[in-house]
Structure formats: structure tokens, C-alpha cells
Write a protein that binds this ligand. Structure first.
Ligand SMILES: [Zn+2]
Length: 115
């Protein structure tokens, strides 16, 4: 009994220290450098300094996107179309016959007048 005192405790008393030990890895489970944080947590977490470093790393490695700010930037397809499409640009109509010609063309394709 003295050698295995945890056998007489509920499972939650075993899980709480385990969760506390791997808290940095749990916090960093969605980060891109989760593997590094997890390895640091696993091998150096038993030293208090290594655990604190892993925890700070897990909290500050990447700025987590806040769910409240994400829907504001995505306005969706309801945005109005920008005024002035490429077809309504000025200066692409023949001064003689008034018909539009391609940009960069040197002569009007309808009447042959130079642009
Ligand atoms: Zn023309």
C-alpha cells in the first residue's frame, strides 16, 4: 500500500497531474510547431523551467485567430461591384465614328481613322 498509494485514489487524481504536466502541449495542439512544444514539454517538462518555457512558447508562438474577428473580414459575395469596369474606360472610342476599338489599336477597325 505504501509503495502504490495512487492505486487507492480515483482516476481523476492521476489525470489531473498528467493534464497539468502536458498543459503546454495541450494548449499548443493546434499550432504549427506543436511537435517542438510537445517534445520540449515531454523531455524538459519535469524541470520547472522547461515546463514554463513550453507553456510560454505554447501561448505566444502564434497569434490565434479570434473567432469573433474572423466573420467580420469575410463579408461574402454581397459586396457591390466596383464602379468603372474595364469596358467603360474612357478614351477607347473612335473620335470619328464613335465606335469602341481595342486598347492599343492604332487605327479604328470600323472607319480606319487613326487613334
Ligand atoms: Zn472609327
Amino acid at each position: 500500500m505504501l509503495l502504490f498509494p495512487f492505486f487507492h485514489l480515483p482516476l481523476i487524481f492521476l489525470l489531473i497531474p498528467l493534464l497539468l504536466y502536458f498543459l503546454p502541449a495541450l494548449l499548443a495542439r493546434h499550432k504549427s510547431d506543436f511537435t517542438s512544444i510537445f517534445l520540449l514539454n515531454l523531455f524538459l517538462g519535469w524541470t520547472f523551467i522547461g515546463w514554463v518555457i513550453a507553456l510560454v512558447w505554447a501561448l505566444s508562438a502564434e497569434p490565434q485567430p479570434r473567432p469573433a474577428a474572423a466573420p467580420q473580414s469575410a463579408a461574402g459575395p454581397s459586396q457591390p461591384a466596383r464602379p468603372g469596369g474595364p469596358a467603360s474606360a474612357p478614351g477607347f472610342f473612335c473620335s470619328s465614328c464613335g465606335k469602341p476599338f481595342a486598347p492599343g489599336a492604332r487605327f479604328c477597325s470600323s472607319c480606319g481613322a487613326p487613334t
